[in-house]
Design a protein around this ligand. Structure first.
Ligand SMILES: Cc1cc2nc3c(=O)[nH]c(=O)nc-3n(C[C@H](O)[C@H](O)[C@H](O)COP(=O)(O)OP(=O)(O)OC[C@H]3O[C@@H](n4cnc5c(N)ncnc54)[C@H](O)[C@@H]3O)c2cc1C
Length: 274
């Protein structure tokens, strides 16, 4: 039996700076392909430093490479930021349960992202757009702190240009001279403008926990059903395999049962978010 803790090697083939503290690393798996579903994550190792769980942020239908959009916060992410193209890192996975895209066919889809929460949503957006005719209306709401904190800006603008997905962008604050052309305010302030039908929609939500808390509250008020609101949860995680218990919430393991949960699963949890 192969040891599940041994990572596969992957080469960094390109690095794109998204914001002042987020970079997207394009990786080529060495010795195999990485097949994954939208919303799944991998355990990334920088050799000699450690491991961290990171969502796969690229198109699930492309398996020659995969991408990780990483915010620099500590030891592993800091070490990753020091690497250049050609460097080799380790990857275990993919792990976890992703977004319910198959189950959402025939429905409207509202995607709500905040900050680095756009990373696990991006594969879902790309997959939904690839099968555009299987869904009703699709709307993407994305918020960041300032214009320079917006991830995937060119890609979101290209999507807004005619892919059949309405895109609404907002930032919390702008400098007086900024040329920001979109909304100002928290992402939930865009809920007034949505045109999806809450009674036959699913919502896919990922962002800071405080943002998800307010988003759920407002989505419920708008008429979204708890079982149709999906959130990608972040908890401290080690093994990714359901062994160590670090990410356990009640009876659920975020690494195995999540990271995507419906709100109806989250509501009874002991450290529920709303
Ligand atoms: C399923 C999942 C998917 C994720 N996807 C992404 C992603 O796509 N992109 C991305 O940038 N990050 C993602 N994260 C978060 C990422 O795993 C952490 O930021 C990472 O573990 C930091 O590792 P580090 O060694 O650089 O930081 P550390 O040196 O371990 O910590 C730096 C600081 O962050 C705090 N911290 C670390 N991890 C967490 C946590 N989980 N919750 C609260 N505080 C924490 C520490 O207390 C410390 O203050 C994801 C997390 C999970 C569970």
């Amino acid at each position: 039996m192969t040891n599940p803790y041994i990572p596969m090697k992957a080469e960094i083939v390109s690095i794109k700076t998204e914001t002042r503290d987020i970079k997207t690393f394009r990786l080529k798996p060495l010795g195999g392909k990485l097949k994954f579903e939208a919303g799944q994550f991998v355990e990334v190792s920088v050799f000699g430093v450690g491991e961290a769980p990171i969502s796969i942020s690229s198109d699930p239908d492309v398996d020659d490479y995969f991408e990780l959009s990483v915010r620099r916060v500590g030891s592993v992410t800091g070490a990753l930021f020091k690497l250049s193209e050609g460097a080799i890192i380790g990857v275990r996975g993919p792990y976890g349960r992703g977004w319910p895209l198959k189950e959402s066919e025939g429905m409207d889809v509202l995607i709500v992202g905040g900050g680095c929460g756009a990373a696990p949503l991006r594969p879902a957006i790309l997959k939904l757009l690839r099968s555009r005719d299987r869904y009703g209306r699709i709307e993407l709401l994305y918020g960041a702190r300032t214009p320079s904190d917006v991830m995937y800006m060119e890609e979101f603008e290209a999507i807004a240009e005619g892919s059949g997905c309405r895109v609404l962008l907002t930032v919390d604050t702008i400098a007086p001279d900024n040329r920001w052309r979109y909304s100002v305010g928290v992402v939930t302030s865009l809920f007034d403008k949505i045109s999806v039908n809450p009674f036959r929609s699913v919502a896919l939500v990922c962002g800071p926990e405080i943002m998800m808390m307010y988003a759920v509250r407002d989505l419920l008020r708008l008429g979204f059903k708890p079982e149709n609101i999906y959130l990608s949860m972040e908890r401290r995680m080690r093994c990714g395999l359901g062994f160590c218990g670090h990410c356990q919430i009640g009876r659920k393991y975020v690494c195995l049962d999540g990271p995507v949960f419906s709100y109806s699963e989250i509501a009874p949890m002991p450290d529920k978010i709303v």
